[in-house]
Each structure stands twice: as structure tokens, then as C-alpha cells.
Design a protein around this ligand. Sequence first.
Ligand code: 7PM
Length: 277
Amino acid sequence: MQLVCGQRRLDLSLPQIMGILNVTPDSFSDGGRHNALAAAIDAAAQMVADGASIIDIGGESTRPGAVDVALEQELERTVPVIEALNARLDVVLSIDTSKAAVMIQAVAAGAGIINDVRALQEPGALAAAAQTDAAICLMHMQGQPRTMQANPHYQDLFAEINQFFSERIDACEAVGIDRRRLLLDPGFGFGKTLEHNYQLLANLEQMRAAGLPLLIGLSRKTMIGNLLNRPVDQRLVGSVTGALLAAQQGAEILRVHDVAATADALKVWQMTRSQCR
Ligand code: 7PM
């Protein structure tokens, strides 16, 4: 159960923690650009020390209502960080992007995973991913970031998500991407109501039709905040609980902000599980 991520390998027989590193200007904005790079490196190193085996680097805000980030800006934000982390840390680096040019340059700089919330549907993205040796996360989203939360609707939530996965897997294989490089993600909060999100979280095995590893991202999301009536800085317990529930259902990769807390929860779960009789 190894996932090939460029030059590095990931063992998926145990759940792996993907730490979120936002490199949008609002994330490390105090001080100048050099400062921002140093702060990003420190944050990533801390997440690795805390138990992350993957760092997901995002330079484009994919939040609902977000405006598109220009290509040059996204490259400037992400590529230097990937180069710096690749030189300093023994960890798999993931690039959170939908843009073909960012995929190519990020992988050249050392990224081993392409994490695309648009599942390689942007112009050139399929071909770009195909010419790399990175693993690829195909995430489901209904609609577009700006409007997807307006009125999410499904006839059959699981059938539609699995149909989407099947089409994107076929598209990947058609351009020569081996399916063993692929990860699937139901896309919590991306065109889903609170009920949709919890139906998905309760039934992750329903997303196993393709037999591919699952990546789950619910850290600090509205599905936690609205259920608990908590602002974003008070969603730790809800987020860790959700991550643990996903791990218990076999989710291979957990995309989280709070690496240390998630690692603690996983350790308690794994120790308990190892004593099952
Ligand atoms: C504001 C709201 C900022 C939401 C950022 C977000 C996922 C992802 C994101 C996910 C994968 C967040 C999202 N979410 N990639 N990128 N899966 N694969 O909460 O769920 O981080 S952006």
C-alpha cells in the first residue's frame, strides 16, 4: 500500500496526516517577502515535527466566494516555498492548485502530489499532470467556488459523486495517467449542505467503488462550525473528531490544520485498535 509521489513514497497502510500550509498573503503577511518565506518554512517544519508526512501548499484561496488568483502571483507564492521545503524536509510536498503551469513548476521544484479541487478540469491540467510523476488528488465539487454553496442539490449524492470520480479517472487514464497514482476526495463543503457533508462522512465506504485511496479534508470547515455554532478558531475538537471518524473508516490521508492534535487522536485510536481481540 505505497503511493508513489515523485521521488518520495507514502505508506498508506496507516492514515497519513497532510498539514495545510497556506501561502496566500493573508497567512504570513507580517513583514516582507523574505520574512514570509521563513515563516512558511518554520510552520511546515513544525507540522512535520508534529507528525505530518505531507505538506499541502496552497497559493490560491479556494474558499467559497474567492476571486481567482493570477498565475504569476500563484507561482511566486508557491514555487519558492516548495524549493525551500524540498531542500530542508524529508516530507512529501503537495501543491494545491488547478493551474497547469503551477502543477508543472511545482513538481519541478519538488512537489510529489498535485491536489486539485477542480480534478484536472482546467485547460491543460490533464496533460500537465500526465507529464509529471506526481500522485494526483481528484476532488469532487458541485458548481464553482463562487456560487457552489448557494443551493447545493443532488438526486443521489453518492451516485453523482461516484459518477464524477469515474469520469475523471477515465479522463486521467485516457492521457496515460496510471490509476495507481490517483487519490479521491469527496470535497467536504464544495457544493454540499451540512446534511450532505455528514452523509458523506458517515459513509466513506460508499466512495470505495474505484478502489482508490481517499483523502479527507474537513478541518475547521463550515460543516464543523455550523453544527457546533463555533467560529473558525474554536473548531479544533470538532475537526479532530471528524478526522478520527474518517480514519476509523479507512481514510488514507487526512488534510488538517491542527497536526499535533490530530496525531494525538490517531495514536490513541491506533493503540486501542492494536489491542482488539
Ligand atoms: C476557505 C474555505 C479557505 C475553505 C480554504 C478552504 C480541500 C482542499 C481545500 C479539501 C482537498 C480548506 C478549503 N479544501 N483540497 N483544499 N480537499 N483535496 O478548508 O477538502 O482548506 S481549501
